[in-house]
Design a protein around this ligand. Structure first.
Ligand code: HEM
Length: 291
């Protein structure tokens, strides 16, 4: 076993006593979101962990991330704990994200899957890429699919990975247009949401992305069957017809095992997009800064 692989095995043991179970739930949520954004953007290279510098404006203030991706200080603590447990800087921030996302969704009930290691960290980050590449919640199905396909992910990956919304919250600002304009929304659900998000205020109030927000299960898909998708983009996956996405949503809604297995496969695919390896990039000492 390489030193890096051995140290990665330590990550969960190092992290658990520091944060305890509740914080691990929080950690899961933010790490999944960070991993997803990072991978979709430019490969899993930790670019969105970088702070702005005089030479570039990073991704933390990109429109989709501003006020959204949280907890970079938690990543800093994991990195410091891993460096200290491993007596040096041998595990990249990108590998830490990939492993920690796998282990934390595993704690919430997702099956364990093998993560390949050896990613290196980017030397830069791009505000423009973040603004242009992250799919916004108002996208329709064909735009979501084109976005995923442009990153070598297919329709099944789109449906399975959207199931990542089985955990976490969204701010009113990301679904207010849906609740006041869309017609494919459950009326009771719509009324509840309108109470929480009045038309012209409450942008930063939050609502769970599915009914069982801290459990990794298939309720996200069951909600879609009842037109209770929180984001416009979520409900785009199911309109009650016989399209491929409709069939997949029905299938996952009552096949937790298949969902868990397929989620692992697609997460692996996403975590392996355009990795930096060999002599490209570096292993950052501090995830916020290039060495
Ligand atoms: C299909 C395209 C996707 C779109 C349009 C999308 C959009 C969003 C939006 C708008 C939010 C709420 C952000 C906020 O309120 O600031 C969100 C949250 C979240 N997303 Fe996605 N997402 C997508 C795919 C994914 C994928 C693939 C994953 C992981 C596998 C993921 C994991 C999460 C998580 C865990 C949260 C909750 C974050 C929190 O509670 O802080 N999303 N997403």
């Amino acid at each position: 076993m390489t030193t890096a692989a051995f140290c990665v095995q330590l990550i969960c043991r190092v992290v658990s006593p520091i944060f305890g179970f509740d914080l691990l739930v929080v950690l899961t949520i933010l790490i999944s979101a960070i991993l997803m954004m990072s991978a979709i953007l430019r490969g899993c290279d930790g670019s969105n962990l970088l702070d702005d510098t005089a030479n570039f404006t990073g991704e933390k203030t990109a429109r989709p991330n501003l006020n959204s991706l949280r907890g970079f200080d938690v990543i800093d603590e994991i990195k410091a704990a891993v460096n200290s447990a491993c007596y040096g800087n041998v595990v990249s921030c990108a590998d830490i994200l990939a492993i920690a996302a796998r282990d934390s969704v595993n704690i919430l009930g997702a099956p364990w899957y093998q993560v390949q290691l050896g990613r290196r960290d980017s030397l830069t980050a791009s505000l423009n890429d973040a603004n242009n590449d992250i799919p916004p919640p108002f996208f329709n199905l064909s735009s979501l699919l084109s976005n995923f396909q442009s990153h070598s992910l297919d329709l099944k990956d789109l449906v399975v990975l959207s199931g990542g919304h089985t955990i976490g919250l969204a701010r009113c600002t990301t679904f207010v247009a849906r609740i006041y304009n869309d017609t494919n929304i459950n009326p009771n659900f719509d009324a509840t949401l309108k109470n929480i998000c009045p038309v012209n205020s409450g942008g930063n109030k939050t609502f769970p992305l599915d009914t069982t927000t801290t459990v990794f299960d298939t309720v996200y898909y069951q909600d879609l069957l009842q037109q209770k998708g929180l984001l416009h983009s979520d409900q785009q996956l199911f309109d009650g017809g016989n399209s491929e996405t409709d069939d997949l949503v029905r299938y996952y809604s009552n096949n937790p095992y298949a969902f868990g297995e397929d989620f692992g496969v697609s997460m692996l695919k996403m975590g392996n997009l355009k990795p930096l390896t060999g002599s490209n990039g570096q292993i950052r000492m501090n995830c916020r800064r290039v060495n």
